[in-house]
Design a protein around this ligand. Structure first.
Ligand SMILES: Nc1ncnc2c1ncn2[C@@H]1O[C@H](COP(=O)(O)OP(=O)(O)OP(=O)(O)O)[C@@H](O)[C@H]1O
Ligand SMILES: [Mg+2]
Length: 737
């Protein structure tokens, strides 16, 4: 097609160039010829003038000596004018022949001029004058003849040339007429042929687009070539794609229509602008059923005035402006049915654009049943939490793998804080670097991961120093996973009471027994002691016997001391409370318990003491003498266990949360065997040959009288650690008591 256009345009250009050139050359030639003709005519006129001038001079000769003779000046000017005219054409371009003729003419004119001048100037005899006059006249006549001949010849030539030129001009005119008629016709024909080459395919394409417009998607363009062929191919492909797209659009439209019609939620398309704001443009069947209208009745109603409850209708403009700002709103509002019943809906609405206008798409779900269910759920939740929160026991649920706390009742929250989402063992017990020993998550589930029963134990919490009766069981949590449920009731008082009761009973028995025994022994011993003392003063007694008697008295004194301790244990003295600095008291006990090696005992074994005191330890009200006795008993035991050779560690600390002072005394001796660790606080339990087994029993009693506890444990590297917990007592508090 491009080639055709180029060829066509080239032909057009060629025609115009050739035609134009011909016209220009023809005009040029004709003009030149006309110019020549004009020049020739001018020459002819000049000759005529010369002839006339010669005739004028001839007449001057005729009129000479008559009363009509002209003035001599006029005659001179006529002669001069004639001479001037004869030389006019000499400078022009003439053929050589003509040039000769003109020169001859000039020469003859000059001779004639000479004759004339002699005639009018010479004063001679009349005969001679007549001869000159005759000669001049004859010359003039000859000149007239010559000029006449030249004029005639020129006229003939001019006539011939003029005729030839006019004929040629006529021919050129004729050719130009033909050109003027033929070129537009030719251009028209060629143009028609070329335009026909364009309009045919364009018509076909136009026709095809009309067909497409009328919905005939199967129409295809055929028989077009070159670029139009490519356009036709593209058109055919476009029709194919259009057909497929139309099919898809129809399918989608059908699908969305079905979706719209069969949706369970009410769907409204509502005007969002102008006076019609809120008017329902379209609604689905669910919307009609939900509100007790037909679809036709709904269309045209106002969503805000006829469907929203009067309270929610007031806020409708606000909601619309939010939507127009690009927000998609989700809210719960009340709708009104045709019969006036108000019911709750969950509404989602936003703006969408359709055919250049903005509409509200509102999707409403009837949540009457859900609201009822939610109400019931809320009631049961409130019931559940009220019951659980009113139980004075720790109730909590934790994940069995991550130990994350999932639920806490109010009692547990008060105790541990809001630790939901946190790891239980980090927040429920203190100082742990892993799950609690008693946790036993693995025992709560079978290897298959099913709940396997209840673990019930009494647990002492290092978090707050209390005893708990703990029930653990695995349960299925709300999300389906198996979790640990724990209920732990505070039994500290009960445990204390149990222990106190047990010990009281024990003490009562021991006391009664010891008191009786002591009474019997004391009486017997008193008699024995007096007798032996008397015996010791006997002068006849030799030295060896006297020593034996003195030893017997010493043994009796030791037994008396033992009896005193027994009675002390059985009936401990009342506490005498004073402001006590536990660090100082511990130092005091240490001085009384461990004797530093004297200078003489250079290589004697010696215990090294490491102190780690809390220098900010608060003072507390305590019975200094009795508490010092406790520390001394434990330090002496440690010293004996290390056989005076080892490291004794003393540590004090204060826990502000639980308000307890902790004293730790540890040694690196042989430690306690498993079998005896639970017995060492029992009265009279001893592993020593000369021990009474009352040291720790009395110590525990004294600490308990202060409201505290003593725990014992073997250290991992060997040795024993005693931990004494003494509750902090302020002076004011004690005064109140
Ligand atoms: N630090 C210790 N290391 C190893 N065993 C200890 C330690 N302290 C106490 N015991 C064990 O506990 C027992 C009871 O101690 P307790 O102080 O009550 O009586 P005792 O020391 O045997 O006699 P007493 O204190 O009346 O002289 C000891 O006999 C000993 O076996
Ligand atoms: Mg002891």
């Amino acid at each position: 097609m491009k080639k055709k256009i180029i060829i066509g345009l080239s032909i057009f250009c060629l025609i115009f160039i050739v035609g134009g050139s011909y016209i220009i050359i023809s005009i040029e030639t004709a003009t030149t010829k006309l110019d020549d003709l004009i020049t020739l005519h001018q020459v002819s006129i000049l000759r005529e003038h010369l002839l006339l001038q010669i005739k004028k001079v001839q007449s001057d000769i005729h009129l000479k000596n008559t009363r009509y003779a002209r003035n001599i000046n006029t005659i001179v000017s006529n002669v001069r004018a004639m001479e001037k005219m004869s030389g006019t054409c000499l400078d022009c371009h003439h053929s050589r022949d003509m040039q000769y003729k003109l020169n001859d003419l000039k020469k003859e004119v000059r001779e004639y001029q000479g004759n004339i001048s002699r005639l009018f100037t010479m004063r001679t005899n009349s005969k001679r004058l007549l001869e000159d006059e005759d000669r001049a006249f004859q010359k003039g006549e000859k000149l007239i003849e010559t000029v006449h001949a030249m004029i005639n010849m020129a006229s003939m030539k001019l006539e011939h040339k003029t005729r030839t030129s006019l004929r040629e001009i006529d021919e050129t005119k004729e050719v130009l007429y033909y050109l003027v008629i033929i070129v537009p016709f030719l251009a028209g024909v060629l143009g028609y042929i070329f335009i026909g080459g364009f309009t045919g395919p364009v018509k076909k394409l136009l026709n095809a687009t009309r067909k497409l417009k009328s919905g005939d998607m199967d129409f295809r363009i055929e028989g077009l070539e070159s670029e139009f062929g490519e356009v036709a191919e593209s058109f055919n492909e476009m029709s194919c794609a259009l057909k497929e797209n139309m099919h898809m659009i129809r399918e989608n439209e059908r699908r969305y229509r079905t979706l719209f019609e069969s949706a369970g939620d009410a769907i409204f398309m509502v005007d969002s602008e102008g006076d019609n704001m809120g008017v329902i443009v379209s609604a689905n069947k669910a919307a009609a059923d939900m509100h007790g209208y037909t679809v036709e009745e709904l269309e045209g109603l106002s969503l805000f005035n006829d469907i929203d409850s009067s309270e929610d209708a007031v806020l409708a403009p606000e909601r619309v402006s939010e939507m127009l700002n690009g927000e998609w709103i989700h809210t719960e509002i009340n709708h009104r049915k045709k019969d006036g019943t108000v019911f709750p809906v969950e509404a989602s609405a936003g703006i969408f654009e359709f055919m250049g206008s903005k509409y509200i798409l509102a999707i409403d779900r009837d949540i009457t049943d859900r609201k009822k269910a939610e109400g019931a759920l809320l009631r049961s939740h409130v019931m559940f939490t009220t019951v659980l929160d009113s139980i004075d026991a720790i109730i909590y649920v934790s994940d069995m793998e991550t130990y994350e706390v999932l639920y806490l009742n109010r009692y547990a929250r008060k105790l541990f804080g809001d630790i939901e989402g946190k790891v239980c063992w980090r927040n429920i017990q203190s100082g742990l670097d892993g799950p609690c020993d008693f946790c036993g998550n693995d025992k709560l589930i079978t290897p298959e991961g099913d709940p396997s029963g209840v673990i019930h134990k009494e647990v002492f919490s290092t978090f707050n120093g209390k005893w708990y009766d703990v029930y653990n069981r695995a349960i299925e949590w709300v999300d389906g996973r198996i979790v640990r449920f724990e209920i732990a009731s505070d039994i500290t008082e009960r445990v204390k009471m149990d222990k106190a009761l047990k010990r009281a009973e024990q003490m009562k028995l021991v006391g009664e027994w010891a008191a009786g025994l002591a009474h019997e022994i004391k009486n017997a011993l008193a008699g024995i002691k007096i007798s032996i003392e008397v015996m010791a003063e006997e002068p006849a007694l030799d030295e060896e016997d006297r020593d034996s008697v003195v030893k017997a008295v010493d043994e009796i004194k030791r037994i008396e001391l033992l009896l005193k301790r027994m009675l002390n244990f059985a009936k401990p003295p009342e506490l005498q409370l004073f402001v006590t600095n536990v660090n100082e008291l511990l130092d005091n006990a240490l001085n009384y318990s461990i004797r530093p090696a004297s200078a003489s005992e250079i290589n004697a074994p010696e215990v090294s003491v490491v102190k780690d005191y809390d220098i900010h330890l608060p003072v507390t009200m305590a019975d200094r003498l009795q508490l010092r006795q406790v520390f001394m008993n434990i330090i002496m035991n440690a010293n004996e266990a290390m056989q005076n050779n080892g490291t004794l560690m003393l540590k004090t600390s204060y826990d502000a949360v639980t308000n307890n002072i902790f004293v730790e005394i540890s040694d690196d001796g042989e430690g306690l065997e498993k079998e005896i660790i639970d017995k060492i606080f029992n009265p009279f339990f001893t592993t020593k040959s000369k021990g009474s087994g009352l040291g720790l029993a009395i110590s525990k009693r004294i600490v308990e009288l202060h409201g505290g506890d003593i725990y014992v444990e073997n250290k991992s590297g060997g040795g024993v650690l005693f931990t004494i917990r003494i509750p902090m007592r302020g002076a004011a508090e004690e005064q109140k008591k």
